[in-house]
Design a protein around this ligand. Sequence first.
Ligand code: 13P
Length: 259
Amino acid sequence: MARKPLIAGNWKMNETIAEGVVLAQEISNEMEPDWLDKVDVAVCPPYTDLKPVYTVFEFDKLNIGVGAQNVFWEPSGAYTGEISVPMIREIGCSYCIVGHSERRQYFGETNDDVNKKVHALLKDRVQPIDPIICVGESLAVRDEGTYIQFVDAQVKAAFAGVQADVAKAAIVAYEPIWAIGTGRTATPEQAQEVCGAIREMLAVMYDQDTAASIRVLYGGSMNEGNASQLLSQPDIDGGLIGGASLKAKSFVQIVKEAL
Ligand code: 13P
């Protein structure tokens, strides 16, 4: 089954509103609209930038999606500092990153939290917001040699209780922690090994058809120089880009590599 590639930029905690609007406009200027028939493109700015960035692409009539970097699972209530699924839906978000390793590391997010967020996002498919579920091992786990089991357990936990028909809308991003922001990219073979294992795990949890429908991305120091080789791997359906997504030319070049 042919899966449409997805190139998503994770801006992390970068870009004020003014800076974010400039970056979105630069991305819009660099992008050829017909590329978006062949590759899905999204940017995930901080919450404060979501609406302004969405408005830039809307004004330019450019089909670039906007995603949040996190969400809380309750729809509303006394949860100071949190943002809900209906709130990001109203902005026009079509994606939401869930369980990024930085959230797991610095904000104590657990596999159980990730699962609740995935359920909250997949509950209403009328105006869908597709979760981009991040998984990936630390250097210590890689060196121990148990990284496949570790990532499999994260995938199983994230999808617990999710039915096959809705699971197909989810996206998994394999982001080895040792490759994030370090310039030390996984080799295409290392990335393919784990992305392939993720798909096998999805086939065990669901079935071949569901596993073949779910997009699996790679993330971790992906840039315009290494994207082509990574994206040519059979089980890598796109990229979740950090640092290189903050430079319009680099980000758009990665999009071109996915065509
Ligand atoms: P870098 O591309 O900066 O390594 O970040 C990857 C990442 O964490 C994307 O979510």
